[in-house]
Design a protein around this ligand. Structure first.
Ligand code: VGL
Length: 211
């Protein structure tokens, strides 16, 4: 099969977002073979990896008296508080052991400063600090992005919306994504992506060249 010139971005396929991890997506393990099939068929794959220092301000444990899934105000505004996850150098921050990491050309690490979380692969949660991925894609003349990974309704969603804002064509490869779906968040995410012009597709269509 010919390789696609477009770029595949696999978001946060890390142990802490898979069953047994700190913030598990139930289908986290199931998407890995699908993501791998995509990786093997794209000429450019970028991985994102949440990479938080211990004591990150998006962790509930950094705010005495506050609980996970509550919230706080950080310098850039509202921030949900999470259980400690994807801490630099820990097993939870590692990629899923079956992910074909060696076939990937770049890793963008996000949320690596204690004060700032980053859901999107393109901008930190202050909505203004770029991660560099947009510039990387532009310099390489990549106009089309295929997104997969975890979680559909958080990091994949924010990445898809930012990619559209930056003018990229965006396909969401649905069977290579896993969602958390808290209080209908998955449905809301699909609606938001559709109105931003994100095209939802699946791996079969992508690999057969139909999307
Ligand atoms: C995510 C919580 C915190 C995710 C990221 O993408 O699922 N969830 N950071």
């Amino acid at each position: 099969m010919s390789k696609f010139p477009a770029m595949l971005v696999a978001v946060d396929v890390q142990n802490d977002f898979c069953p047994g991890g700190a913030l598990p997506v139930q289908t986290g393990n199931d998407i890995v073979p699908v993501v791998n099939k995509l990786i093997q068929n794209f000429s450019h794959t970028v991985l994102t990896q949440e990479w938080h220092p211990a004591g990150h301000l998006a962790f509930a444990s950094s705010h005495p008296g506050k609980h996970s899934f509550g919230s706080t105000e950080l310098s850039y505004g509202h921030q949900v508080l999470w259980p400690d996850h994807c801490v630099q150098g820990t097993k939870g921050a590692e990629f899923h052991p079956d992910l074909l990491v060696t076939n990937c050309e770049t890793i963008i690490r996000t949320g690596f400063r204690r004060t700032t979380d980053s859901y999107s692969a393109f901008f930190e949660n202050d909505k203004s600090t770029p991660t560099g991925l947009g510039g990387y894609m532009r310099e390489r003349n990549v106009k089309t992005l295929y997104l997969c990974g975890l979680a559909t309704d958080i990091c994949v969603l924010f990445s898809a919306l930012d990619a559209r804002k930056l003018g990229f064509r965006v396909y969401l490869v649905d069977d290579a994504c896993g969602g958390i779906d808290l209080h209908g968040s998955l449905d809301a995410a699909y609606k938001e992506m559709a109105s931003a012009g994100v095209v939802v597709t699946n791996s079969e269509k992508v690999l057969s060249g139909r999307n």
